[in-house]
Design a protein around this ligand. Structure first.
Ligand SMILES: [Zn+2]
Length: 208
């Protein structure tokens, strides 16, 4: 499916962005969570990650960080990476570049990170050009669609197994919308990925 595994043509719309990051043929991947932090879901995710001893990167919505600073701090304290996902989860195509980048800047006051991921996977070219001067734009190689009411947790798990490859950036969501599928599929997915020999990396080499 095209949505789960974005085609080359789509990737070419975002020059300079990271979709997949290979490491000399070593079996590694990047687990990412979007749209938190929220107290209902994020602490549970952190406990699961600790249980398996793996690290992830959380692309946080600034407004959620403002509302739940303690949950945001938990992510940092447990040694995970964070990235900027705008302050209000803006869909870039609907906003002027100036307003979009200002919203990213507002989130950056709370989220100190060199990483940015555009909500909904879209932004306009001038927005990309403006933001990539300051940020590494992290897209994805595998989107689990855990948020979709049209997929089951089995579908989510199968997507991970089918599409993950060396260097894949894999997306789950620590959001209420994705919660059911994510809670069921994410631990299974980690177990499977570990059994396949994947090492879980974060984007520390982009650190400022
Ligand atoms: Zn999002």
């Amino acid at each position: 499916m095209l949505i789960e595994h974005p085609p080359l043509l789509y990737r070419l719309l975002f020059p300079g962005a990271i979709w997949r990051k290979e490491d000399n043929g070593r079996k590694c991947l990047f687990l990412t969570f979007d749209d938190g932090p929220i107290p209902e879901v994020t602490p549970w995710v952190l406990d699961v990650l600790d249980r398996y001893g793996v690290k992830a990167t959380f692309f946080c919505v600034g407004e959620n960080v403002y509302k739940h600073p303690d949950v945001y701090q938990m992510i940092l304290d447990r040694g995970h990476g964070v990235g900027n996902h705008t302050y209000n989860h803006l869909q870039g195509l609907r906003f002027r570049t100036k307003d979009y980048t200002a919203n990213v800047g507002k989130a950056a006051e709370l989220i100190h990170s060199p990483l940015f991921r555009p909500p909904h996977g879209h932004m306009r070219r001038p927005q990309l050009v403006a933001l990539r001067k300051q940020y590494k734009i992290i897209m994805w190689d595998v989107i689990t669609r855990d948020y979709s009411p049209r997929v089951t947790s089995d579908d989510v798990f199968r997507t991970v197994c089918k599409y993950t490859r060396n260097g894949s950036v894999v997306v789950f969501h620590d959001s209420l919308k994705a919660e059911k599928n994510m809670r069921e599929a994410m631990p299974r997915s980690i177990e499977w990925l570990l059994s396949e020999g994947y090492r879980f990396d974060t984007f520390t080499d982009f650190a400022r």
